[in-house]
Design a protein around this ligand. Structure first.
Ligand code: SF4
Ligand code: SF4
Length: 193
């Protein structure tokens, strides 16, 4: 089943690569920027988690120990957490880099693009637009929109676009049927441990 998931992953990677390429004038992702791994919930399905663990087991012992230590700390922090959402730094982020990059989850691959959500009129803008990163050259933080005049004034032929790449869409059952695998349960990454 994991092999079929990898075929699906290859398809998704190619699609996302095209979208990121098309949106290049609005992208400020670069090596060392890991803000999107520093605070989040990181939904992972069973199959994504299995693949992540495949990457984890091939890491050097020292890195594995660091990750296990991170996991223990996060689990403890979660136990002490009160309030709504528990947000945390991904335990696989080591020295500000993803230690399991090739094996990372789907949410990790699509983050950074504007995306649409079924049933919602307004597209979702990545949070880093508010931090001077992706789309910040066209996004108006006060109004929460991208004014047409703003991107036109930059003379960029490609307009900023929202894509159908929500986690919910990318992990829907039509892909399971098409590629013959199951995503399985979905939960926050830390809850798999
Ligand atoms: S998506 Fe945003 S936070 Fe994440 S690496 Fe790119 S610029 Fe940085
Ligand atoms: S698995 Fe890697 S890319 Fe995904 S949140 Fe963790 S550190 Fe970031």
């Amino acid at each position: 089943m994991l092999e079929n998931y990898l075929i699906y992953l290859d398809f998704i990677n190619k699609k996302l690569q095209k979208f990121f390429e098309a949106q290049k004038p609005y992208m400020f992702c670069k090596k060392g920027c890991a803000k999107c791994c520093q605070e989040g919930e990181y939904p992972f399905s069973q199959i994504e988690f299995d693949y992540l663990i495949r990457g984890f087991t091939s890491l050097p012992k020292e890195t594995r120990l660091k990750i296990l230590n991170n996991i223990a700390e996060i689990k403890q922090a979660k136990k002490n957490h009160t309030g709504d959402k528990f947000l945390y730094q991904c335990p696989f982020l080591i020295n500000n880099e993803c230690s399991v990059y090739e094996h990372r989850g789907i949410i990790c691959r699509s983050f950074g693009l504007i995306y649409t959500v079924e049933g919602e009129a307004k597209p979702k803008i990545p949070f880093c637009a508010y931090e001077g990163l992706n789309y910040s050259n066209v996004f108006d933080t006060k109004t929460g929109i991208i004014p047409t005049e703003k991107y036109k004034s930059l003379n960029i032929p490609q307009e900023p676009l929202a894509y159908n790449v929500s986690y919910k869409f990318l992990t829907n059952e039509s892909f399971e049927k098409l590629y013959n695998f199951k995503f399985g349960d979905k939960k926050s990454l830390i809850d798999w441990f």
